[in-house]
Design a protein around this ligand. Structure first.
Ligand SMILES: *Cc1c(COP(=O)(O)O)cnc(C)c1O
Length: 367
């Protein structure tokens, strides 16, 4: 008789549904027998520019030491981040992507009998991270697809240890401003950690003036997470970071894997951080791509949700899954978001101008 290794797993884990990533190009090649170079992937909010040449050179150079363990403390990268963000190094925690830090925060501060608050349509990983610990996830209804900060503050209970805010949010692209954030931080009890996920902050028009990190001095419960995966173009390298109160960083450092950020990732991120030109180019390309896509959607009579990220949700006005499948057959990979409770929308990442056009042409052909 075989054993029941599902039933034997922790109940909290049994209840989880795995994260659904965007379909990899190689998988579509296998499934549809399409030519790899003809495929357009606009499904994972990756930077369409590809890696900056500065990063490629740094990674090639770091290859020479790949037989050694990485710097467990990520000294060079933390030092560069500290300088750039104007925070002491002891407030920085590096992660294997910012996803690693979201999970680590939940593991360090949540347990059965606790709860954490996040919004309807918020990034899927919050619910995974929270529920894996046995804690309860309190999902607050969205308002106009975005976070209802007032309702979220009111949802905080006696047993709530943590709130997740995504700004901008993925998949909806909605965002709130610093005044709203301050209002929220004033409203939430100071012992409740507020995890502000800024995976797309570099894309926002007011990225430089809107400095949430500066608020940590005033609100010691604020934790800001950022990533090199999106605007910096390093999704495959897996590097993210959290800026927090030094005590929170101390706690995260106790549980994190000693070598959670690999040496190639550290070298890549360090190089990327210094490459202001690449970041500026990414921003311009994204702004123009959003205009191109939304103009195209309007011409097709499709409604869309205004986005502050490098992606946009567009309403098909019908079940979006068959549209997704037909786009796949044409070699265009986008992201269905039915698992977020948005069965009529597709999330489309901003690509290069010709990729955006391929997507719009394919949509027109399908509809
Ligand atoms: C992509 C994304 C992340 C994390 O990505 P990493 O590659 O793990 O850094 C975090 N939050 C949101 C909202 C995202 O979209």
């Amino acid at each position: 008789m075989s054993c029941d290794f599902i039933g034997q797993a922790l109940p909290a884990i049994q209840s989880l549904q795995p994260y659904q990533p965007g379909k990899p190009i190689e998988e579509l090649v296998r499934e549809q027998g399409l030519d790899e170079t003809s495929i357009v992937k606009l499904a994972s909010n990756e930077n369409p520019l590809g890696p900056s040449p500065v990063v490629t050179a740094a990674v090639n150079n770091a290859m020479a030491s790949v037989s050694r363990y990485p710097d467990a403390n990520g000294f060079a990268l933390k030092q560069a981040l500290a300088e750039r963000l104007n925070v002491p190094m002891e407030q920085i925690t590096l992660g294997n992507g910012s996803n690693d830090l979201l999970v680590l925060l939940a593991e360090c501060y949540l347990n059965t009998g606790c709860s954490a608050v996040y919004s309807e349509y918020a990034f899927f990983v919050y619910s995974l991270a929270v529920r894996a610990t046995g804690a309860e996830g309190i999902v607050v209804s969205a308002i106009n697809w975005g976070h209802d900060l007032e309702a979220m503050a009111n949802a905080v209970r006696e047993d709530t240890r943590m709130v997740f805010l995504a700004n901008p949010n993925n998949p909806t692209g909605t965002h709130f401003n610093e005044t709203e954030l301050r209002w929220f931080l004033d409203k939430v009890p100071s012992h409740v950690l507020v995890i502000l996920d800024e995976a797309y902050v570099e894309y926002s028009a007011d990225a430089d003036s809107n400095n949430s990190i500066a608020l940590i001095d005033q609100y010691s419960n604020l934790v800001v997470t950022r990533t090199f995966s999106k605007a910096y173009g390093l999704a495959g390298c897996r590097v993210g970071y959290a800026i927090s109160n030094p005590q929170v960083a101390d706690i995260l450092n106790r549980l994190r894997q000693p070598f959670n950020v690999n040496s190639l990732g550290q070298a890549a991120a360090l190089a990327a951080l210094a490459d202001d030109e690449y970041l500026a180019r990414s921003r311009v390309l994204n702004r123009e791509g959003l205009v191109q896509l939304t103009t195209g959607f309007n011409a097709l009579g499709l409604k869309w949700i205004p986005s502050a990220g490098n992606f946009i949700c567009v309403d098909m006005g019908c079940d979006a899954l068959p549209v997704y499948e037909e786009l796949l057959a044409q070699g265009v990979i986008v992201r269905p978001v039915g698992n977020y409770g948005m069965p009529q929308h597709l999330r489309i990442s901003v690509g290069l101008p010709e990729e955006n056009q391929r997507c719009l042409d394919a949509l027109e052909a399908v509809l």
